[in-house]
Design a protein around this ligand. Structure first.
Ligand SMILES: *Cc1c(COP(=O)(O)O)cnc(C)c1O
Length: 382
């Protein structure tokens, strides 16, 4: 297969030292007890980066498995679950709740901004009989960033557990799991962590563990059952064969982050994202969001007469570059630039903006100036 550079909001570019880590010889993870300890250490390193002392597990599967496993493990038939929806993934949680027999109560908000915390507060005064609630940290298809700092503690006031999808948020945006009292925080390796696709990440609070222990009915899954890992470190035994190369790669990717420093990584994302947003607007395009924009991805509205899908196709064919449109009802409306993890560097953004600028001009759009130069000007100012 021919290689195509890609600037979608994940999977992101993987640094060479991470790619090389996958080529190392690995031990048999079923019989090598040392591997169990190594796995545990990488889980703890992941927890450090997520800001939690809670148990962290790496599941063999990509990010979606984390969301499904959280819902499978918490939901019992008839459980009411509050699904906070202001985006495609936000709404999508209702399906996982239903699959496992729960009753999702979907509270929908405008997709053009963050979940309004005050409206949730008012709603909870009337109805708070929920086992848990779900929301997305960064809902990637529209790039909205929700206030985990306020939402989880608010839900916790009512004893409602929280499941937060931070697959496209963590590392690019602070998530601070313990400080924000998030019960199950979900992640994936292929977004801002910039490791290959392959592992799902979950952190599990004591309250979430209690909820699983106190179930009256068994969890109706094996692979999505978080309890199969219970006591694995003491037993020195993992419930299924782990993709050891993925764990090695994640380990190195996490070291890259720690070496740069987490605050520096956040700053890098902020600086790049701010300059992208500024340049896109100066160029004459509109951002999809009114406010609460994530620093990991930018969603740009493509004029109807051009169409996001036609632009994507044109850029892929003419310039051999993969750029992302969006999902569902936004597929032909939004163009997304993923500037997270290894893709949040000036050279990469200049490259992708140059090609987008050319692609748009080829299709008849008249931008105000040179998009990449506008980006560099804004970047220098900040
Ligand atoms: C990428 C992503 C996931 C993982 O799912 P994919 O299969 O990669 O789409 C889950 N949640 C969010 C918000 C994501 O951006």
């Amino acid at each position: 297969m021919r290689f195509k550079p890609n600037y979608a909001p994940g999977p992101t570019e993987v640094r060479e030292n991470v790619r090389l880590a996958r080529t190392k010889r690995t031990n048999n993870t079923d019989f090598d007890r040392e591997f169990v300890h190594y796995y545990h250490e990488v889980c703890q390193k992941m927890g450090q980066i997520m800001g939690t002392k809670n148990d962290v597990l790496l599941l063999a599967g990509e990010g979606i498995l984390a969301l499904e496993a959280a819902c499978a493990s918490l939901t019992e038939p008839g459980d009411r679950v509050l699904v906070l929806d202001n985006g495609i993934y936000g709404e999508g949680f209702k399906d996982f709740v239903s699959i496992y027999g729960g009753e999702p109560v979907v509270l929908s908000f405008d997709h053009h901004k963050g979940i309004p915390v005050e409206e949730v507060r008012e709603y909870l005064k009337m109805d708070h009989d929920f086992k848990y609630a779900t929301f997305v940290h960064c809902d990637t298809p529209t790039s909205v960033l929700n206030a985990a700092t306020e939402l989880s503690p608010l839900l916790k006031e009512y004893g409602i557990l929280t499941v937060v999808d931070s697959v496209a948020g963590m590392v690019g945006e602070p998530i601070a799991v313990d400080q924000n009292q998030i019960d199950i925080c979900c992640g994936g390796t292929q977004k801002a962590i910039s490791a290959p696709v392959g592992l799902a990440i979950v952190s599990i609070s004591e309250d979430a563990k209690k909820a699983m222990d106190n179930r009256k009915t068994p969890i109706t899954s094996f692979y999505a059952n978080l309890q199969i890992f219970k006591g694995y470190a003491e037993k020195e035994y993992l419930p299924y064969t782990m993709p050891a190369s993925d764990v090695e790669a994640l380990d190195v990717a996490l070291d890259n982050i720690l070496e740069e420093g987490q605050e520096a990584v956040y700053k890098r994302h902020d600086k790049i994202a701010s300059a992208v947003r500024k340049s896109v607007q100066a160029y004459g395009l509109t951002l999809f969001l009114e406010s609460e924009r994530s620093n990991t991805v930018t969603a740009i509205v493509i004029p109807e007469e051009i169409g996001a899908l036609r632009l994507q196709e044109h850029i892929s064919e003419t310039y051999n570059l993969l750029i992302a449109t969006s999902l569902a009802q936004y597929a032909d409306v939004i163009l997304r630039i993923g500037h997270m993890g290894e893709n949040a560097f000036v050279d990469k953004v200049v490259f992708v903006l140059t090609i987008i600028d050319n692609g748009l001009r080829d299709l008849g759009f008249k931008g105000n100036g040179n998009l990449a130069q506008l980006f560099l000007d804004a970047y220098k100012e900040k």
